[in-house]
Write a protein that binds this ligand. Structure first.
Ligand SMILES: [Zn+2]
Length: 256
């Protein structure tokens, strides 16, 4: 087969993923290759791409490129609301997640806000990809190689190493503002909490807690008991910090 060249233009903040950081690249190919593989060979995981145009026309990830082409690649936030709405490559209304083993603080933040997040700090890459696929969960990670797995349909590359910024990024990316139900999920194991009668859990309580508190919730899975008190105050402060950070990032537009 004759060699042919593919010219790629990466829009929005996608050059962040490129080694050259320059938005335009040219690739010489000698065999027919899917557009997903061509783009990922440049360093950009497919989970970050919402629209691909080949010579001005939208294509999906599986499109095979075999001749000279101009490819435009757009991230989610760089596509105008009206451009090719039926050809978008990402699903944005995902409400379930799986976080990789390095993201314990992010997983805890999201659970604190009531978001369903599977997290096991010992999980391996293959397991994470499988959970993402079989349970239809978006994979949260800072490992772009993991996001390039063909089995990972939905995911998000976290740009920051800072848990608060990561939490804000996930809320914005998946538009979770209206889906938040703070303090309804177990921080340890992700199960939804249930109201618990004091009489049934009284033997799990410290003496002062027994005296001062009457309202309790319990995790049906790991049996952890939650009640109002100094611990809850700390959690509420964290929720407030996330809310403030999200508003600042939205330039004053509250999304929570
Ligand atoms: Zn639990």
């Amino acid at each position: 087969m004759m060699a042919f060249s593919v010219r790629l233009t990466f829009h929005g903040d996608l050059p962040f993923f490129l080694r050259s950081k320059s938005a335009r690249l040219e690739r010489q190919l000698t065999e027919r290759t899917s557009v997903k593989d061509i783009i990922e060979a440049c360093g950009v995981p497919h989970t970050e791409i919402d629209l691909i145009l080949k010579d001005g026309k939208p294509v999906d990830f599986a499109r095979v490129i075999g001749t000279e082409s101009d490819i435009d690649v757009f991230p989610i936030e760089a596509v105008s609301v009206t451009a090719f709405p039926e050809k978008r490559l990402q699903v944005l209304n995902i409400r379930k997640f799986v976080a990789d083993g390095h993201l314990g603080k992010l997983a805890r933040d999201l659970r604190l806000l009531g978001i369903d997040v599977v997290y096991d700090r010992h999980a391996e890459d293959g397991q994470l990809a499988m959970i993402s696929k079989t349970e239809d969960r978006a994979l949260l990670t800072r490992d772009r190689r993991l996001l390039m797995y063909g089995s990972v349909r939905h995911g998000c590359y976290l740009k920051s190493q800072h848990p608060l910024e990561q939490t804000v990024q996930v809320i914005k990316r998946f538009n979770l503002g209206s889906a938040l139900t703070p303090l309804t999920r177990c921080l340890r194991c992700n199960a939804v909490l249930e109201a618990a009668e004091k009489a049934k859990i009284v033997d799990q309580l410290e003496p002062l807690t027994k005296i001062y508190y009457d309202q309790f919730r319990r995790c049906p899975e790991c049996r952890q008991v939650y009640w109002p008190g100094s611990h809850l105050e700390k959690l509420q402060k964290r929720i407030e910090a996330i809310r403030t950070a999200t508003m600042v990032q939205a330039k004053g537009k509250p999304v929570l």
